[in-house]
Structure formats: C-alpha cells, structure tokens
Design a protein around this ligand. Structure first.
Ligand code: PM9
Length: 470
C-alpha cells in the first residue's frame, strides 16, 4: 500500500473485522423500563422469565427460537403463499429446498420442532425401548418418554464440565453406546438420538469423525441414527473451523456429508432456518415416511402443509437457502463469540468453548453460595432482568425436571443461564450493553439470595413454574 494512502483503523492495527452480511431496512423500537417497573413485572411473573410480558423486556435473549429477523426475500415470499388446502406450490418448494440442502429423500412438514418430535417418537419407539442421546433436550426427551422410551445420556464426559476446552463437546461416547447395546440388545434400542449442536451442553458441536464412527458402530448392530438438525448449520461451521480436512469445504458440503451418516432428521425450523414458525421431518426410508405421513394428518394437518400456512412454507424454503450461506453463519457465530469474549475477558464464568447460538453463564460458579435446589440459574436470569431488562433463560435444575420413575428432581451437573442470540436481530452495541449488565450482576453476586419453587406444572415445568425469593 503506498505511504500516502490513508489507512483504516483495522488496517493500522493489522486487524480484519467481519461485519453482518446485511443492512437494516426496518426497525422495531425497544422499551426501556425503570428498576421499580421491572421489580413489579418480575414478581408478577413469579421470577420466571417465560412469564414476563415482552413489552417489559429491553433486550430479549430468552431464545433464538422463532425470534430471527426474516430477509426482504422471505417477506416477499410470504406474498406468494398458495393457501390451497392440498398440494400448495410452497410445499413443493420446501420439499426441494430440504432435499437439495440436507440431502434426505422424503419430507413431512410440521408446525414446529416438537410436532416433529412427537410424530417420530410415536412412529418408532416401542414401550420399554432405550433411546441413547448426546445429552437430553427438554421437549425431545419428553416426547421420547411419552412414547414409552427411556432416554440415556451418551455424550462424552467433557460435555458436563463447563470449563473443559474439548473442541467437540457434543460428541457421542461410543463406549457408552456399546455398553447400552451389550446390556439391552440392539433390538431394544429405538435409535440413537444425535443433536448437532448440543443445546443443553452450551451449543457444542459433534465432529464429522465422531458421526462417521457412530455410523460404523450402528451399522454393525443394525441400529438407526436420527438427527436433531435444529442447529446443524452451526455445527457445520464448527467442523469447518476446527476439524482437519474441512477448512476448504463449504457449510453446504459439510452439512450434506454429516446428514448422509444419519437415517432421518427432525427440525425446529425456528432456529437455523430463519423463520418465526415451522418444523419438518426428513427421512430416507419409504416405510417410515408412510407412517409419518399418515400420523401427520392426525396431529398437525395434511401432509402437504403439516400445520403451516402456504406463506410460512415459502418463507421457510427461502430461509433454508439463506441459512446455509457461509457468510451468514460466520457473522451469526461471530456475534456470539464477540459477547463471549467480552465476558471471558472480565473473568465471568461461562461455558467454554463458546458455542453456536448462545452464551451460557455458569451459575454454579457465579453463585457458589447457593445450593442447586435454590435455583442459581433461575436466580441469575431474574437478577439480570432486574438490573437491565435483559431477558435470559434458566438451563439447570428447573429445566431438567424430575425422574419419571422416582419423582425426584434431576440434579444436572450443568446449572446454566442462557443468553441466546436471535439471528440477524441485535447489533454489536446491544452485545456491549448485555456484557456490561452481566458484569454488574456479577459484581453484586455475593449478596444475592436464591429462589424456591412455589408452583410446579407437570410437564416441562421451566416454562410455567413460579418462584419466590428465599
Ligand atoms: N428449543 C430453545 O429455546 C425452544 C423451546 S425450549 C425454550 O432452545 C432442539 C435442539 C431445540 C428445540 C427447541 C426443539 C423443539 C428441539 N430440539 O421449540 O418445538 O433447541 O420448535 O423445537 C428452544 P420447538
């Protein structure tokens, strides 16, 4: 570069920043509340961030589910909705998008992820069968249990340690799978339930080597592998970034290869696929497809809409095409990383390595003076809201629920509060505000008291439970 050419700040410091591959066309104003207003709102919500009215929330990091911003192309697609009851052209667009990008043969749309989980669990799990999986997810495990299955965790031990830096903490421990096969017999295993990335472990990925090795093991015993593809695009990014031999492959190539080692997938399209509502099932086996296509008409809607409007399917088909872009994923995960690095630099305990969709605060390390039954992660979510109107979510003992056999609380090793980043919604300035709020709550940690649960619903209690201050 000639001496006379002015240098940008980035060039001066030898730094090359990434930026979002989009610009903002429409804005939604946010509400800023006072601490007194937030205290009242929190009490009315029983200290459960799910029960807050969103108008009292400033920055909403409750979830990345259905909270993404759609593109102008997706909104334009909404106007092309073919609302025919049967055979909508948007269904065929959706079908070909999933076939082209994920590589499965047969598609069944559903209204969202748990609709898909319900159908596949009912279709394939026989009462008493075991369902090994790489860490539980709340709705997934519940549907497996309601269908008569028993979930067993087969994730590697490193996943249960927030500070462990294993690059693929979502990996399946093949020895644990083998031990279950030896104990129960392959015929008593419904399927291996693989999620990429693993939500409850902190958005941690599964490596290509691991899924390949699992495929070999399962082929030896005739066991199926079903994939929770909800955040597989993000998983593909981590493979590209961390696994030898994948740096020069595209997200699209990595995704398709990964899916090729699995027999079927279910999807909450409200995450990776950039829509506000939607889900799908995709399978390679015709007989299973027939069963699912039949079940969907009982619970969701005809097999060419599965509970979705034509316009929703169109937005979803376009969202799938957009979500596989390398630039999109890089900036999406880059934003999560930006927030995580700030917190790490300030010594705030978070799950590491930083995952794909969220920063998970380690509430046990945050509040070492609180017992797990005093709901440290729920407490932290409440404190963060109180400090600044930022909404996060508990992923600890409240989310884990109770053992259906004994009725006792599960005590998960991970007691986490999740700061979940919606896609294409917030800016770096919002991330700065969030980091500073977490720091303020961290500085006040020693005087913080825990919570007790005063109302507990039967299913998925974390959504509707109520708490009081101890
Ligand atoms: N995940 C999340 O916020 C929304 C519900 S729990 C607050 O993380 C996986 C890996 C998910 C997931 C939902 C579902 C269910 C399945 N698998 O919410 O029914 O993270 O679309 O999907 C949520 P639906």
């Amino acid at each position: 570069m000639p001496e006379s050419t002015p240098k940008t700040m980035g060039q001066q410091f030898g730094r090359r920043s990434w930026a979002e591959p989009w610009k903002i066309k429409m804005v939604e104003p946010l509400t800023v509340t006072t601490r007194e207003e937030r205290q009242k709102a929190l009490e009315e919500a029983g200290y459960n961030t799910f029960l807050l009215k969103s108008e009292y929330v400033y920055i909403d990091l409750l979830t990345d589910s259905g909270t993404s911003a759609m593109s102008d192309r997706q909104w334009a697609g909404m106007m092309l909705g073919d609302e025919a009851y049967a055979g909508s052209r948007n269904y065929y667009h959706l079908e070909s998008a999933i076939q082209n990008i994920y590589g499965y043969k047969y598609i069944v749309p559903t209204h969202q992820g748990r609709g898909a989980e319900h159908l596949i669990s009912q279709a394939v799990i026989k009462k008493g069968q075991v369902v090994p999986g790489n860490m539980y997810f709340t709705t997934t495990r519940l549907h497996q249990e309601l269908a008569g299955g028993a979930f067993q965790d087969v994730i590697i031990d490193e996943a249960h340690d927030p500070a462990n830096l294993h690059p693929f903490k979502g990996n399946i421990d093949l020895d644990k799978v083998q031990a279950i096969i030896d104990k129960h017999g392959a015929e008593n295993i419904a399927y291996i339930s693989v999620a990429g990335t693993v939500n409850m472990a902190g958005g941690q990925p599964v490596s290509m080597a691991n899924i390949k090795a699992l495929r070999e093991l399962c082929d030896k015993h005739g066991v199926k592998i079903y994939l929770d593809a909800t955040r597989m695009m993000e998983n593909a990014y981590f493979i590209q970034e961390r696994e030898e031999g994948y740096a020069d492959k595209t997200i699209a190539e990595i995704l398709k290869e990964f899916c090729s080692y699995t027999d079927a997938a279910w999807m909450s399209a409200k995450k990776d696929n950039l829509v506000n509502i939607g889900g799908w099932l995709a399978v390679n086996d015709w007989t299973l497809f027939e069963e699912l296509r039949n079940l969907v008409v009982v619970y969701e809607g005809l097999h060419t809409y599965g509970g979705l409007a034509g316009r929703d399917m169109e937005a979803l088909a376009i969202g799938i095409e957009e979500s596989v872009s390398d630039q999109h994923i890089r900036s999406r995960i880059g934003q999560v990383l930006y927030l995580g690095e700030l917190l790490k630099d300030w010594g705030i305990p978070i799950v590491q390595p930083i995952g794909g969709h969220a920063i998970f605060l380690d509430a046990k390390a945050f509040y070492p003076h609180l017992k797990q039954i005093e709901f440290p992660a729920q407490t932290l979510a409440a404190e963060l809201y109180l400090d600044s109107g930022i909404r996060s979510m508990e992923r600890g003992i409240a989310s884990a629920g109770r053992d259906p056999k004994t009725g006792d609380h599960y005590y998960p090793k991970l007691e986490l509060t999740r700061l979940t980043i919606p896609r294409r919604v917030y800016t770096q300035a919002h991330m700065d505000v969030v980091a500073e709020a977490v720091k303020a709550v961290y500085d006040a940690r020693e005087s913080t008291r825990g919570l007790k649960m005063v109302y507990e619903p039967k299913y998925l209690r974390f959504f509707q439970a109520r708490f009081e201050r101890l």
